[in-house]
Design a protein around this ligand. Structure first.
Ligand SMILES: [Zn+2]
Ligand SMILES: [Zn+2]
Length: 314
């Protein structure tokens, strides 16, 4: 697809899998085995990250995955346009999980970074983190812009010019990242989704890649959106234990399963957004198999499963 010059919301999926990716290095589940050998109709996926832009010139990353280098190299839109330059003007973090922010440490080649995150996500990444020093090689190497719940924030280009996009962080049921679980109970600011709005057209992208359950705030975030990306981590509550891969249930990991009577697919059946995608899909999820009944159910309900390199404009 060619994005042309008109200002809309341009969206490029860089990675669509949950933490671990698809296949996952230490996983021999039916999906991971099948995609390695080509025995199942499925496409490998890197860990979740999406690039958005209003003009195709200035780009913002939603989450910074551990595979960020490969993801940037695989997307010519994000390649440098000068000897030391990047069209990536900022990075927005949904939470502090390592699959969403570890990529920041990979952007350490002395380039100023603008990061949008809530105060608790910023603290979780910077406090007591000796590795963060690699992003403090010169004053202001990283500028943090605080996202406050319920407040719309303008996404700015490095020189302070408007980018044409605004973001409102929306609280979603979540939990602390695994490495911060010892620091206490979860706060509302630990996990957010984004409502990203384009200035001229008013088009809205609702980006909620990690959602632990249904709340009025989640419903509100989806309301009237032109495009929705939603948590597709697990199909069922006991997906890991049923395959002998772990003991944690989806809800313990703050992910609302897609399938079943209490799942998101059924609860969101009334959603009118013309484009709807599940993203952050765990490698165990049967919707990754293009020939599975679960994938068919998603399709019949008017949803798609996001894949790497998908491009769309609103
Ligand atoms: Zn994740
Ligand atoms: Zn697997």
């Amino acid at each position: 697809m060619c994005f042309g010059g008109a200002r809309f919301v341009l969206i490029r999926v860089l990675g669509s899998a949950a933490g671990g990716g698809f296949p996952q290095w230490n996983c021999g589940c039916a999906n991971c085995r099948g995609v390695r050998t080509g025995a199942i109709p499925a496409t490998p996926r890197t860990q979740e990250s999406v690039a958005v832009s209003a003009d195709g010139d200035a780009w913002f990353l939603l989450n910074a995955s551990p595979e960020i280098r490969q993801q940037i190299e695989g997307c010519p839109l994000l390649h440098p346009r000068g000897p030391r330059q990047s069209p990536i003007e900022g990075v927005l973090l949904t939470n502090g999980d390592l699959d969403h922010c570890l990529g920041l440490l990979s952007l350490r080649e002395s380039h100023p970074l603008l990061v949008y995150a809530t105060e608790s996500v910023r603290r979780g990444f910077t406090d007591d983190n000796v590795l963060y020093r690699t992003l403090q090689r010169f004053p202001d190497q990283v500028t943090w812009r605080e996202l406050k719940l319920g407040r719309e924030e303008e996404l700015l280009r490095a020189e302070g010019r408007p980018s044409g996009l605004r973001v409102e962080p929306v609280p979603v049921p979540g939990k602390r990242p695994v490495h911060l679980e010892h620091t206490g109970a979860s706060e509302a600011e630990d996990s957010v989704g984004f409502r990203i709005r384009e200035d001229r057209t008013g088009r809205v992208l609702a980006y909620l890649s990690g959602v632990g359950g249904f709340t009025p705030a989640v419903r509100q975030a989806l309301d009237g959106a032109d495009c929705v990306f939603f948590d597709g981590t697990f199909w069922s509550e006991d997906e890991l234990s049923a395959q002998g891969l772990g003991t944690k249930r989806a809800s313990e990991m703050a992910h609302w399963p897609v399938g079943g009577p209490g799942g998101s697919l059924r609860a969101l059946a009334g959603l009118r957004a013309p484009r709807r995608f599940f993203i952050h899909v765990n490698n165990t999820n049967p919707i990754l198999r293009e020939d599975s009944p679960e994938r068919a159910a998603v399709r019949e309900a008017g949803w798609d499963v996001a894949r790497d390199d998908l491009e769309l404009s609103l």
